[in-house]
Write a protein that binds this ligand. Structure first.
Ligand code: NAG
Ligand code: NAG
Length: 362
């Protein structure tokens, strides 16, 4: 009764702390008893469905995720539903904790309900309490799920979500498309990215820089640099400005093609445009330049990393060092190592003495 009164008067914090107290200390079967008690006193107290919201939220805050889903199913059978905002937040916190399994289970429950379009299932006992409570999944629900599946590289499931939202008359927006295109691009599936892009244009959703960056990355990852260059032109036509992510993607493309000339040119235009490469991009540049034995280029990039106090990984440093030694630039190689040591930028695990010894014996 206290819970009903508190939630009816929107004293959610107090309700939550009472619930927490009960649940933390209570016996195992208490949650089920609590649920029944709340349910059967509901009418007498002329309560509102917010009391169940409190129950969900408390379980969710206590990270009792299975219980949250269980309670969701139970209350759903009685025609009570949490708000869609709560569901969205709940799914998103599950995904933050990498619990895509529970998130998709929860979604399935939401969906079953949704598909009944407000009709109660046959087990419903308190039918008269229903009516206004019906759960409308919204675009945020789906975008959250699409994001979660993409993060786990479950692209098939992510794509199913897009179909599903369309079948439920929830219109995909720019976030839905961008997330999905990016997901496919990250795994090198540029065809799907392209198809989604066409669909989005057909549906009148205007591409933004994130769309282009994702598409360009997808193409570059598989070395389709020409197509990527066309997209850069489109981007300019659309009055969008390429940023560091665009350049990094283009650099990836040239690295995949092992074209060290173009890699270097791109790097220069990136700097000229005021964009800053991150460590990953720098390392990719150095690695490609070393493979192509363009050590002057590699050293120039390396110096710029040092100026930014960025270190590089052991593997790449070894590659650069041994490459320099191989073409007789031992002194330069030593100078570089010394400089890194002075700035405390020698990567952990890189043994300078050993590197020099190996060199002496080779
Ligand atoms: C909550 O979860 C625990 C562990 O899975 C289970 O033992 C307990 O019965 C659940 N409570 C409810 C109300 O479902
Ligand atoms: C490029 O722009 C997009 C959109 O504003 C942004 O999300 C992204 O973080 C930017 N990339 C970098 C590296 O700043």
């Amino acid at each position: 009764m206290i819970l009903h009164m508190l939630t009816k008067n929107k004293k959610f914090k107090s309700a939550k702390s009472i619930l927490k107290g009960i649940l933390v200390l209570g016996s195992i079967d208490l949650p089920a008893k609590l649920f029944d008690a709340v349910l059967y006193s509901y009418r007498m107290c002329d309560s509102s469905s917010r009391v169940f919201d409190s129950l969900f939220k408390t379980y969710a805050h206590m990270k009792k995720f299975r219980n949250t889903t269980d309670v969701f199913c139970q209350t759903k059978d009685y025609g009570f539903l949490p708000t869609v905002e709560f569901c969205n937040k709940y799914i998103s916190s599950l995904l933050d904790l990498n619990r895509v399994d529970i998130a998709s289970g929860f979604y399935k429950e939401m969906r079953r309900w949704y598909c009944n379009k407000g009709l109660l299932s046959s087990t419903v006992k308190l039918k008269n309490l229903m009516g206004k409570d019906s759960l409308q999944l919204n675009v945020i629900t789906f975008n959250t799920l699409i994001y979660g599946f993409c993060k786990e590289e479950k692209l098939h499931e992510a794509n199913m979500m897009l179909s599903e939202m369309k079948s439920m008359n929830v219109t995909p927006n720019i976030v839905s498309y961008n997330t999905l295109i990016n997901g496919f691009s990250q795994t090198g599936n540029s065809e799907m990215g392209g198809r989604l892009y066409e669909e989005m244009v057909r549906n009148g959703v205007k591409a933004d820089i994130l769309t282009y960056n994702a598409l360009i990355l997808g193409l570059c990852k598989v070395g389709k640099t020409k197509k990527a260059a066309y997209l850069v032109k489109d981007l300019n036509k659309g009055n969008l400005v390429p940023n560091a992510s665009t350049f990094s993607a283009l650099i990836i493309g040239q690295c995949v093609r092992k074209n060290s000339e173009n890699v270097f040119q791109l790097y220069k235009s990136m700097i000229k445009s005021g964009c800053h490469p991150n460590k990953h991009t720098f390392q990719m540049l150095i690695s490609t330049l070393c493979e192509k034995e363009n050590f002057d280029g590699a050293i120039q990039i390396m110096q710029e990393m040092l100026e930014r106090c960025m270190s590089l990984d052991t593997g790449i440093l070894s590659k650069l060092y041994s490459g320099l030694c191989r073409c007789g630039k031992d002194q330069l190689a030593m100078k570089l190592l010394n400089e890194m040591e002075i700035r405390c930028l020698l990567p952990e695990g890189f043994d300078k003495a050993r590197a020099i010894n190996l060199k002496l014996w080779s």
